[in-house]
Design a protein around this ligand. Sequence first.
Ligand code: DAT
Length: 191
Amino acid sequence: MDSDSDYETEIPNFPRDLPNILITGTPGTGKTTTSEMAAEATGLTHINVGDLVKAKSLHEGLDTEYDSYILDEDKLIDEMEEMMRPGGKIVDFHTCEIFPERWFDLVIVLRTDNGVLYPRLESRGYNAKKINENMECEIMQVVLEEARESYEEQIVIELESNSIEQMEENVSRIKAWMESWIANNSNNKQQ
Ligand code: DAT
């Protein structure tokens, strides 16, 4: 049994007035830019998990080969639990299977075509190994498969993120979805 399942059984899910949304995808697909725009459009709060991990040292040091932090999953989940409980969060992270399923009402997986993703990763100054690893991740639909395995099928949505127009369209869809969620869950909170 993994740590997610322990959390699922130990902590009850509280009704919330606002939804929690996870925006995930391979690095470079536009999670942070989309999350910032969506937070602005909806009034929800953006949580950039990568920044949180660094700021609160929720890691076990740097993996020098990939130039990325080795996540301390238990510390991260503990840190986020209270933030997620009232709802109203847009969580932005490149992996999705580590979070408790009960946190999210919508899971968006951003997808980007190879020819568009490669130069985005190059312009970030990633080393060749990290670029190849991320390209392979996108080609193999790793994050999409993870999302489908970790959450109910009907809450997982795959969105193309190749252009500014698609990003704006994605933000509009998120806003419309949130408004409809609120309309359908207005009596959600129990006394
Ligand atoms: P992520 O958070 O998934 O790593 P990001 O939001 O930091 O991605 O975006 C990486 C770069 O690509 C950044 O310069 C913005 C650009 N970008 C992302 N999505 C885009 C899109 N749909 N259209 C145009 N540019 C995009």
